[in-house]
Structures are given as C-alpha cells and as structure tokens.
Design a protein around this ligand. Structure first.
Ligand code: X8Z
Ligand code: ZN
Length: 615
C-alpha cells in the first residue's frame, strides 16, 4: 500500500522516465530497440525529502515544547496554572506532529523499503516511529489527557512544600540533615518529612499509568515499560533479565556492605540489638540509594575543600575538567540561561529540585537545572549534568540529524558524566588540581569502601527496587491497593531495608522518587549506566592512561577526550552494542565494576567476621 505522498512521487518519477512519443521517421527493422525499463523508484531521495522536512518541523516544535517545559520547571507558583497550560499546549502540538497518522503511515511505508535506504535514514525513520508511539493521534484524546496529567503531576511534584519541625524546608535541607543528623528520633522525623509528598501524587500517578499504557498500546506495545525498554532494542523480559543479572553479579559485595552498614550504624546510633534489615531512616539518603557519606576518608575530605571554594566554583571546575580533555568551552548562554543554584529563601516561586540537563533546541542552547551547593554530592552531580551537556554539544554536528541527537542509548548519556564524577574524586586528580596535599597519607581501602557505598549500593536500588516496581506497575498492572506493600517488599528483598514504622497504602513512598513521576519506566538506564561507566573507566585507566583504575588522573589528557568524543559524536546513529564492543572490546558486562571493587571483599569479610548475615 502506498501513501498519497509516495504515490505522487512514484507517479512523477515514472512519468519522467517514460519514453516520449515520437513521430516514426524510419521503417528500418526495429528488432534491437527494446524500450528502457522504468527506473525503480528512488527511495533514498524520497526518504531524504521526507526527513529534511520532518527534522525541521521536529526541531521547531521540540524547541517550543522545551521552552515551555523549562518555564514549568523553573518557575512554579502553586495555584497558578498558566505555565502548565502553556506547556500542555506546546506538548500537544509536538504530539500532534510526531504522532500524526499521516506521518506514521509515511514512516512505515518508507521503512518497508529499508533495504534501499541508508543506515542513517533507517535509524531516523525508526526513531520517528518510536516517538510516534508515545503520541499516536489515533488515540488523540488519551494523548491529550496524558500530556495534561503530566504537566499537573510535575507542578505538584516540584511545588510541594516540605515541612520539618514546623518550617518549610527544601530537599537540599532534608538531604543535608540525613547526611549529618546523629539523633535517630530526629532522623526518623526528617525521613518521614521527606515522604510526605507521596500521597499527594498517588491519584495522578495511577491516572498516568493508565494513560501511558493506553497511549503506547495504540501502536501495539503491550505496556509502557515494554515501550521504554524497546528503545534499547530489548523486550521487557530481556531488560529484566539483564538488570537481574547485574544485580546478581554485585550481590556478594552488596551483602558484605549491608552487613557492615548494619553493624556500623547500630554502633553509631547506640542500638544494642543490630537489626536484620537496615532501618530506612538510618541511611544518609532518602531512598538508601547512596551511602557514600557514611565514610570520611582522612586527607580526602572533599566537603571541607569544597565549602571554601563555593557552589559556583564546582560547576566552573567541572567545565574546566571537560575542557582539559579537549571539549570546547560552553557557550556563554549556558551560564546566562541555566538555573544552577538554589532560589533565594524568600522567592515567591519554586523550581524543580532534581538536577537535569537540557538540549533546548537540539542545537546550541544548552542548559542545566540544578540547586548546587558546595558539597561532595553537588560536586558529583555537577560533573554528571555537564556530561549530558557536553554529550549534547558533541553530537550537535552536521553528520547527526536532529532526530538522532541522543545518546548511543539513554544509559550512555547517564554514564559519561557519572564517570567523570568518579574520576574527579580520585586522589591523583585532586592532588593534581592542588585540592589536597599530594603527600598526605590516605587509606586506600577506606576510599574504595566509600566508593562502594555509593556505586555498588546503588545497584540493588536501580536494577532491583526501581526497575522491578515499575515493571510490575506498568507491565503487570500492580493493583492500586498494593503499591506501597510492593515497594517495601522490594526494598527488603533487594536493598535489605525496612521502613521505621509500618507504611500502609495511605502512603506512596515510590512516588517520592522524582523519576517515578516524570521519567517513567526507565530507571534501569541508571543501573546500566554504572555498568558502562566502569567499563569505560577501566579501559581509559588501563589502556589509555596506563594507571590503576583506583587512582587515575584524566586531567588534560586529550586521548581520553578523543576516546569519549568518538563514543559521543555519532549520537544514536550507531548501534550502542557495536559502539561498546568497538571501544572497549567487551559486551555490556558488570565485569569491570566487580573487578574494581574486588579488593574490598577481603577487608569487608574480615570486618564482618562473626557478624550475622541476613541477606
Ligand atoms: O537523576 C539523576 C541525575 C539526573 S539525570 C542527577 N541521577 C539518578 C538519581 O538521582 O536518582 C544520577 C544517578 C541516579
Ligand atoms: Zn543524568
């Protein structure tokens, strides 16, 4: 079947090639004059024409939509729905285009001639069809309701007024308290304050589940989780098998860390009976996804150094690090247009408190939204977000059409900046920058332990709790009266964490994690990103720098920059598996991550000797 556009093009081509009628002038035998066969339709030319027009409109609508989203995320006035209204309208226009029935038909038709098209054309058509499935206009009403519900959920999420001890507090305040407060009673109150937002998001999330599932079902995806996983070229089962494998591979190490943490924290909080499961409020993070601040490595206390340098310095230093590897400076507009620091205490509006990086126009308008304060967590996050920004900048080149200005896959996008964050905390790097005394003796085991408490501890949360919960929520229609029970069952199973008191279905603790609301069914990307991070870091350390992966200094090394840019430059125009194999010689594997932390096993086993293991 042909679309009208293709029929017209084909007819025109055929007409152009048809022999023109001529007046016969001779009667000589004509046996050798066979009429030329009509040239086959030029599908490449057709695809080019279609994609040129499509990309231009895509950029125009994407930019309008991002501008509106930016405003919705940086200027939240509770009760004022004007931003949400503008965002909804811009996103609806984008949806009407990407999901238009005409476009879908044309994309499908061109893809029927895949064999005749170039690889980059096929990639663009597939990406556009993937995008269409999130907005098919055959179910325009569902899409419209979903877009409105998403804007409303974002406003609720970031407009929430957290209260602790009777006062309004920011999430930065709560995080700091969880890192530093020593009184378990107070800790519990802080933790509970951080969960107060959950119930306010429940109806919205349940509604969004239905709308998200119904949207993608129109193009035959069984559910939204399957749709998201397909972006990596994996089925839902394959994705779950992958994250479960990663979790299993890191489980022996996690088990040691879990045992260690139970005993250490019981001692710290002066609790005689060591609990079998970690009480959630004992941990220095709202979800127990990062326990790094439990350990203070003497001589390597970055918090003290950063406090003197200030918040601005951290972002600028991050940029300097990337530049030292040969990345170009950021455009001035990055600093002018980004929203990098917390709002003044008396601001009459709120902003999204979770860090993000934006490619506003799929061109050179690059922005980040953060609330940077001078501490190790924000130092790490600044490097993470700048990873996204330099990724955007690198694939914004004439060889990468706007539709393919994305990571090799989403996990790569998360991996680059996280890897730079890891590298920017290693001793030779810090000493090279003059941030610490190079001669100071530091305990390498404690440093590795601190890293494990961040990176290894993250895996059961990301590949276990988050991925399993969303898989069940979207893929298995987790019943509305089991949402919180499931969350805590998974937390216990994967993280070995329990809530301080019973958390019934009147709470919705999953929804306190921003991604559950506004970055749905894709948290496995972060688990995969850590695995990729260690694969890339291992390669850089051993093969480029010839340094111990535990003690590197990437600063100023252009070869490291070239290695990273080779990965980043093609955006999503190359298959992520091929890229990984080509650049590291390996398939996706937790091997490098497991190897990196292996030296810690002996230490932890010795520490945990005679202790009770509960997972
Ligand atoms: O959400 C983020 C980034 C933004 S892309 C700050 N991260 C995950 C989280 O905070 O839960 C980075 C690592 C995990
Ligand atoms: Zn990120």
């Amino acid at each position: 079947m042909k679309t009208p556009l293709l029929s017209i093009l084909t007819a025109a081509l055929l007409a152009a090639c048809a022999p023109t009628a001529k007046t016969p002038v001779a009667t000589a035998p004509a046996a050798t004059t066979v009429p030329a066969a009509p040239a086959p339709p030029d599908y490449r030319a057709q695809a080019d024409q279609f994609l040129t027009t499509y990309n231009a409109e895509y950029v125009r609508l994407y930019t309008a939509s991002s501008e509106a989203e930016w405003r919705s995320n940086t200027h939240i006035v509770p009760g004022d729905t004007s931003n949400a209204g503008a965002t909804t309208r811009a996103n609806q226009r984008m949806a009407a285009f990407t999901g238009s029935t005409d476009n879908i038909q044309k994309l499908r038709e061109l893809l029927e001639h895949k064999a005749d098209l170039s690889e980059i054309q096929v990639k663009q058509l597939q990406t556009a069809l993937y995008n269409a499935a999130n907005n098919p206009q055959t179910v325009a009403d569902v899409v419209k309701r979903r877009i409105g519900a998403e804007a409303a959920q974002t406003e609720k999420l970031y407009g929430f007024d957290y209260k602790y001890a009777g006062k309004s507090v920011t999430t930065n305040d709560l995080d700091e308290l969880l890192r530093n407060e020593n009184n378990p009673k107070k800790r519990q109150a802080v933790w509970e304050a951080s969960k107060a937002i959950g119930p306010t998001l429940k109806d919205g999330l349940l509604n969004l589940r239905d709308l998200r599932n119904q949207t993608v079902q129109a193009l035959s995806y069984p559910d939204y989780f399957t749709y998201q996983a397909s972006d990596c070229g994996l089925s839902r089962d394959e994705m779950m098998a992958l994250v479960r494998k990663i979790n299993t591979e890191l489980r022996p190490l996690y088990r040691e860390l879990h045992t260690y943490a139970r005993y250490e924290l019981a001692r710290k909080y002066k609790v005689k009976q060591v609990p079998d499961y970690l009480p959630a409020h004992w941990l220095p993070n709202r979800w127990g996804q990062d326990w790094g601040s439990m350990v203070d490595v003497k001589g390597l206390n970055l918090d003290a150094v950063l406090a003197k340098k200030g918040a601005e310095w951290q972002v600028q230093q991050g940029e300097r690090f990337y530049q030292s590897l040969g990345f170009p400076a950021l455009p001035a507009s990055f600093y002018e247009k980004s929203s990098l620091y917390p709002l003044p205490k008396d601001a009459a509006y709120k902003k999204n408190n979770h860090a993000s990086a934006w490619h506003l126009d799929l061109n050179n308008d690059l922005r980040s939204l953060m609330s940077v304060e001078a501490n190790t967590e924000w130092y790490e996050t600044s490097h993470h977000e700048l990873g996204h920004i330099f990724y955007y900048q690198t694939y914004t080149n004439p060889d990468v059409p706007p539709l393919l200005r994305q990571g090799a896959n989403r996990a790569y996008h998360e991996a680059i900046g996280s890897m730079m964050g890891l590298a920017a905390k290693q001793k030779p790097f810090l000493a090279g920058l003059g941030l610490i005394d190079p001669k100071v003796k530091t305990d390498e085991t404690q440093q590795l332990l601190k890293e494990a408490l961040s990176y290894v501890v993250f895996i059961p949360f990301a590949s276990g709790v988050m991925s399993e919960w969303e898989n069940s929520f979207y893929g298995d229609q987790l019943p509305a009266d089991q949402l919180n029970a499931k969350w805590w069952a998974l937390s216990k199973q994967y993280q070995g964490i329990e809530p301080p008191t019973a958390r019934g279905e009147n709470y919705l603790d999953a929804a306190t994690k921003t991604h559950i609301n506004d970055d749905p069914a894709q948290y496995y990307d972060y688990a995969l990103s850590y695995v990729i991070l260690f694969q890339l870091h291992d390669h850089i350390a051993k093969n480029i720098l010839k340094q111990d992966p535990h003690a590197t200094n990437y600063y100023g090394n252009k070869e490291v920059g070239d290695f990273l840019r080779d990965i980043m430059r093609p955006g999503s125009s190359r298959d992520w598996r091929v890229v990984l194999k080509e650049k590291t010689g390996e398939d996706l594997s937790a091997r490098a991550m497991v190897d990196y932390f292996q030296p810690l096993m002996t230490y932890l086993k010795a520490q945990n000797k005679g202790r009770k293991y509960t997972m």
